[in-house]
Design a binder for this molecule. Structure first.
Ligand SMILES: Nc1ncnc2c1ncn2[C@@H]1O[C@H](COP(=O)(O)OP(=O)(O)O)[C@@H](O)[C@H]1O
Ligand SMILES: [Mg+2]
Length: 278
């Protein structure tokens, strides 16, 4: 059943990519819980699952997709018919094997999808892309199609070098200069800030003038994996868990970020995507 989307907002949605460099660091957990917080506050929120990994957004929320993007491309359904409705009316565009073919579309398919994207997101307040790990074409695609980039790393050295590699390619190849950082799995006070400073030092030394906004840390918390196993949202199952409190603080800071709306709305979003994947 197609979802009833509200009329277009004047300024269009705020579009954030959530990426990490390394897999398994908490992107999907943060993406769904952040999206839920904004949805609960009455905003129209879409989470676009661009990750084909195991812990997908739909699985994490206990949702069962009926269609995928391949069905849209082949004209069997509209993009909005793929949407699933999660807790608090949160909209989920589920990942699918069809998505892998997004980078190999014909001109006609690109135009078709572009029109569908524009219509779909016109009435939304927030769009979150849960991207795959690494620096693949799809990761760059989502990051370039977003107004802002939220990066996650953990105190593990490999997570740090992988997130640096993503910043480097987005800056050197595409001139992207603005990022936000969340450090997950922190085990002691100040550890998140130390990791942030460490990353900032490397960026300043090797890349130059990049803005890296520290959004905070999320502690290691067993209730996170318990919520994943229960296919429930951490924030609704354990609202007072230490990780839940940290995510609420990140959401509050995120809503204060001064974001410039896309000029020309999602047209711009679509064209950028098509440009990267051409
Ligand atoms: N702060 C945390 N404390 C404990 N476990 C966590 C935390 N963040 C994530 N996890 C666990 O790590 C695993 C990977 O998280 P996920 O959000 O799926 O990462 P990604 O999307 O980056 O691959 C999940 O099983 C989740 O339960
Ligand atoms: Mg994930």
């Amino acid at each position: 059943m197609p979802l009833n989307l509200v009329p277009a907002l004047k300024n269009g949605p705020r579009v954030f990519a959530i990426s990490s460099g390394k897999g398994g660091v908490g992107k999907t957990t943060l993406a769904v819980n952040l999206a839920y917080l904004f949805a609960e506050a009455g905003k129209k929120v879409l989470i676009f699952d661009g990750d084909l990994g195991l812990a997908n957004v739909d699985i994490l929320l206990g949702l069962i997709p009926r269609y995928h993007i391949g069905d849209v491309l082949e004209g069997r359904c509209r993009l909005e018919e793929i949407l699933l409705e999660g807790p608090a009316g949160l909209l989920v565009l589920p990942a699918s094997s069809g998505f892998a073919s997004l980078t190999h579309l014909s001109e006609a398919q690109k135009l078709h999808l572009l029109g569908e994207f524009e219509e779909l997101t016109a009435g939304l307040d927030w769009v979150f892309f849960d991207t795959p790990a690494g620096i693949s074409e799809n990761v760059l695609y989502f990051n370039l199609a977003s107004q802002e980039r939220l990066l996650i790393c953990t105190p593990e050295p490999t997570a740090l070098t992988d997130v640096y590699a993503l910043i480097k390619v987005l800056y050197r190849r595409y001139g992207v200069k603005r990022f936000h950082l969340v450090v997950n799995w922190v085990r002691r006070p100040n550890q998140a800030l130390e990791i942030y400073r460490q990353l900032l030092r490397v960026i300043e030394r090797f890349l130059g003038s990049i803005s890296l906004n520290f959004l905070g840390g999320i502690p290691f918390d067993r209730q996170v994996s318990e919520a994943v196993k229960a296919q429930r949202l951490l924030l609704s199952l354990y609202p007072e868990a230490s990780a839940s409190r940290a995510i609420r603080k990140i959401a509050a800071d995120l809503s204060e970020v001064d974001i410039r709306p896309f000029e020309g709305g999602l047209q711009f979003f679509g064209r950028k995507i098509m440009g990267v994947c051409a």
